[in-house]
Ligand binder design. Structure first.
Ligand SMILES: Cc1cc2nc3c(=O)[nH]c(=O)nc-3n(C[C@H](O)[C@H](O)[C@H](O)COP(=O)(O)OP(=O)(O)OC[C@H]3O[C@@H](n4cnc5c(N)ncnc54)[C@H](O)[C@@H]3O)c2cc1C
Length: 327
């Protein structure tokens, strides 16, 4: 089977790897590791804690995939220091879904959590601590996926933008084009935003990743995770403005202020001023679930909504299966 994969971000790279044994070409308009899309940077949160059982199970499958890639590459990719899910009301936490799959967790009152970690849990709130969580070393993981695909015979065409899918000479074309996906699949129901993250110097031992929920929407409001270089990375979830990925973009100063204000309240041992801010693109569906579908010769993989990276090994497998299924 001749398969073309358009877009060598973490999803395209995971798919090319999962297509080992087939004639695979991975097209990338820039160079692997560029910072214009969604997969760049040193770290991403990995977690099992989701309110939906299907995401807990998908995360479990992906964890096994990351462990296999660690074995294959000899590189440590997961650093599991746990997750603190901060909720005003414990009923809004992921406890029910974790119970449903028998995953371990502890519900801690704010003072209990504050006593264990230098993380400011708001008074009266609850912290759900889940140990199977922390960070994936994003840049190392992305590179390991690409190297694994190349080792099993895939061809990588960098600096090669695919203008139209009709020009691609392959039996099946997998489109994992991130925020550019609607250029190739115009009717896909996604919206693209440019998000802002900031980095802070923090010297202490790596802490659990943190997601703080908005009591009104139950959505993630603020999040933070260990950064291997500076110590702490933080962001405001789904706070960025609608954006065209081809436009140059700068971090939003209002968001940098909002993130800094939260970090100062939450991390007493972090430096109060950010050392760096950067942008990254979200491609979001209405329900924040992933689009993984086959349409004739096309397979479409749009798995982002600001939470896709952790699932890459599992998403890659699903897109490869769709590509190899009888058309
Ligand atoms: C600020 C931020 C924080 C995040 N935090 C987390 C987190 O903590 N945990 C988590 O699990 N996920 C997180 N995510 C989400 C995660 O990073 C994304 O879901 C994931 O990186 C999406 O990967 P992708 O391969 O679909 O997209 P991309 O990495 O953008 O890859 C798409 C690639 O396609 C290429 N391309 C596009 N069009 C063409 C074309 N026509 N021809 C050739 N190449 C083309 C692009 O250049 C790009 O390299 C976060 C995302 C952001 C932005």
């Amino acid at each position: 089977m001749i398969v073309a994969v358009v877009g060598a971000g973490v999803m395209g790279s995971a798919t090319a790897r999962a297509l080992a044994g087939h004639d695979v070409t991975l097209y990338e308009q820039f160079r692997v590791g560029h910072d214009r899309g969604s997969s760049h940077g040193r770290s991403r949160i990995v977690r099992l804690a989701y309110p939906e059982v299907e995401f807990v199970q998908l995360a479990k499958e992906a964890f096994r995939g990351w462990r296999e890639l660690e074995q294959e590459s000899g590189v440590e990719l997961l650093e599991l220091n746990g997750l603190l899910e901060l909720v005003e009301d414990a009923a809004q936490s992921s406890r029910d879904a974790l119970d449903a799959v028998g995953a371990e967790y502890a519900l801690l009152a704010a003072d209990e959590a504050n006593a264990r970690w230098p993380v400011g849990v708001p008074d009266g709130w609850t912290a759900l601590f889940q140990p199977e969580a922390g960070i994936v070393r994003a840049d190392l993981a992305h590179r390991a996926l690409v190297d694994s695909a190349l080792a099993s015979g895939a061809h990588l065409e960098e600096d090669t933008p695919v203008g139209s899918l009709d020009e691609v000479d392959a039996d099946v074309v997998v489109v994992t084009a991130g925020s550019w996906v609607t250029r190739l699949v115009p009717d896909l129901p996604v919206r693209t935003t440019r998000e802002t993250v900031a980095y802070f110097r923090r010297a202490g031992e790596p802490l659990p990743s943190v997601v703080q929920l908005d009591p009104e929407t139950r959505d993630h409001a603020m999040y933070s995770l260990h950064d291997p270089l500076h110590g702490l990375k933080a962001g405001a979830h789904h706070a960025g403005a609608a954006a065209n990925p081809d436009d140059a973009g700068e971090p939003d100063p209002t968001l940098v202020d909002r993130i800094t204000e939260w970090v100062v309240r939450t991390y007493p041992d972090a430096e109060p001023e950010p050392v760096l801010a950067e942008t990254c693109m979200y491609t979001t569906t209405a329900d924040e679930h992933f689009i993984l579908e086959r349409r004739g010769r096309l397979v479409i993989g749009s798995a982002c909504s600001g939470h896709g990276f952790k699932f890459a090994p599992a998403i890659g497998r699903r897109l490869a299966s769709l590509a190899l299924a009888p058309g």
